[in-house]
Design a protein around this ligand. Structure first.
Ligand SMILES: [Zn+2]
Ligand SMILES: [Zn+2]
Length: 451
């Protein structure tokens, strides 16, 4: 500490305290640039000795060296949305070139939905202006601050222009404006907790499941769902509207069940009920698909050696229908038709239903969202004309999420799918609540149960 204090006299720029809505990355990198501090200096001066990823800065040192009071972290309410963090905030550094010339970086530059600077309306950039490489991971580290607004790849100024004190001095004059312009974003974020709590719970649970694949598109689907429930503020690009969200009824229910075997013994939902729900949905799906198109000769699949070749003209919905049957039933379904439904594949269904409530609406939602995910995959198979049967029999999980939150006797659920097209949308609208009122109820129940 004594050593740190001896550096006070050398450190300039203390009067350039953090501006409204400024990130800690911005304020500290400005100091580091003015003083040409290395990553080592930065670690020594501003960071705690121990590793603490949540609160890495040395608040005492900042107060004595710079006279700045550091307040850590988000309001408690926002912590409840922690699982949506990667959806809402960029993991790599983003910047506005004009702001960066003035040595300013706003917390909102990291807000993914926002694509232009609040002050200058310039498109926010994710790459170095000089060498075009993607910028570093956005984490408060000595390395990032020690780069002093320069690119870790080419060493030039990220924004293509050098930071100047003059530009910064002029920029400070609009401090009030910085605060005012961010108002609607602050308000959005504050009310986000109320609207998105249930979605955050869904995301949190999603992370715990064994996920076979996790594609980048998954983040888009989640972001689209956020936008669907709690529309991003004006000024944000309209975000990926292709997501569909389906929430099912809140029911009272007893302790959680792990598998169908348990379910079979339960009064709530027997294996027979699962089967009935499944058959009813198949009939409904078939009717919906056929009402759009009538085939004299149903299309079929030629199956050999694990490969499937498409015969006849398939629509994605027809193929998804067959694949859903292949997934759930203990037989290979090779034609688009509905005759006899065989026994359900218990192991696969157990997997699908684990962590989900086993009421009929939930069970139905599991099947619908599985079908929806398969429609998206089927489009791909139809395009190529041939596909791997074993892969196709698995329900893709990259854009699909099934969740329930159970708290004592309260249960609610949500399924999130990428926009699967006509038939699924019709089905989603039929019996499952997709309206914002339902979401509000789910949120308030969850909140009440937690408090
Ligand atoms: Zn700007
Ligand atoms: Zn570069």
């Amino acid at each position: 500490m004594a050593e740190k204090i001896s550096l006070v006299a050398l450190l300039v720029g203390r009067e350039l305290s953090p501006l409204p809505e400024e990130s800690w990355y911005g304020s500290l990198t400005r100091i580091s640039r003015i003083n040409e501090l290395t990553a080592r200096d930065v670690r020594h001066l501003f960071f705690k000795d121990g590793r603490d990823d949540a609160e890495p800065l040395d608040t005492m040192s900042l107060r004595s060296l710079l006279g700045w009071e550091l307040k850590y972290g988000d309001p408690p309410a926002l912590r409840k949305l922690a699982s949506l963090k990667e959806i809402l905030w960029s993991e790599t550094l983003r910047y506005c070139p004009v702001c960066m010339e003035a040595g300013y970086h706003s917390v909102w530059h990291q807000f993914v939905a926002l694509e232009v600077c609040l002050i200058h309306a310039c498109p926010l950039r994710k790459r170095c202006m000089c060498c075009n490489t993607t910028l570093d991971e956005y984490r408060l580290t000595p390395q990032l601050i020690g780069h002093r607004f320069r690119c870790s790849g080419c060493g030039d100024d990220i924004a293509g222009v050098a930071f100047t004190i003059d530009a910064h001095a002029a920029f400070r004059e609009q401090a009030v404006e910085l605060f005012v312009r961010a108002t609607r974003y602050r308000e959005w974020l504050l009310s986000a907790t109320r609207h998105l709590l249930f979605l955050a719970e869904a995301k949190r649970r999603r992370r715990r499941w064994p996920v076979r694949r996790f594609a980048p598109s998954d983040a888009d689907v989640w972001r689209g769902t956020v936008n669907l429930i709690h529309r991003f503020p004006t000024g944000c690009a309209s975000q990926h509207r292709h997501a569909r969200l389906l929430a099912w009824q809140v029911r009272h229910y007893r302790p959680m069940m792990q598998s169908l075997e348990v379910a079979a013994r339960s009064r709530l939902l027997s294996a027979g009920t699962v089967w009935n729900t499944y058959c009813a949905l198949l009939r409904q799906l078939k009717t919906a698909i056929d009402s759009r198109r009538e085939d004299d000769c149903p299309p079929s699949l030629d199956f050999s050696d694990g490969r499937c070749v498409l015969r006849g003209t398939w629509t994605p919905e027809q193929l998804a229908f067959v694949l859903l049957r292949c997934h759930c039933e203990s037989l290979s379904v090779l034609r688009y038709e509905l005759d006899r439904v065989e026994a359900l594949q218990t192991a696969r269904l157990t997997n699908a239903l684990a962590n989900n409530l086993l009421h009929s609406p939930a069970c139905r939602a599991v099947f619908i969202s599985g079908f929806a995910a398969l429609v998206a995959a089927a489009r791909q198979y139809i395009r190529s004309g041939v596909f791997d049967y074993r892969v196709a029999c698995e329900i893709p999980t990259d854009a699909l999420s099934l969740v329930v939150a159970e708290t004592n006797d309260i249960q609610c659920g949500v399924a999130i799918v990428a926009d699967p097209g006509g038939v699924t949308s019709d089905l989603l609208g039929l019996r499952c609540g997709v309206d914002l009122d339902t979401i509000a109820i789910l949120n308030s129940l969850l909140l009440a149960a937690r408090n």
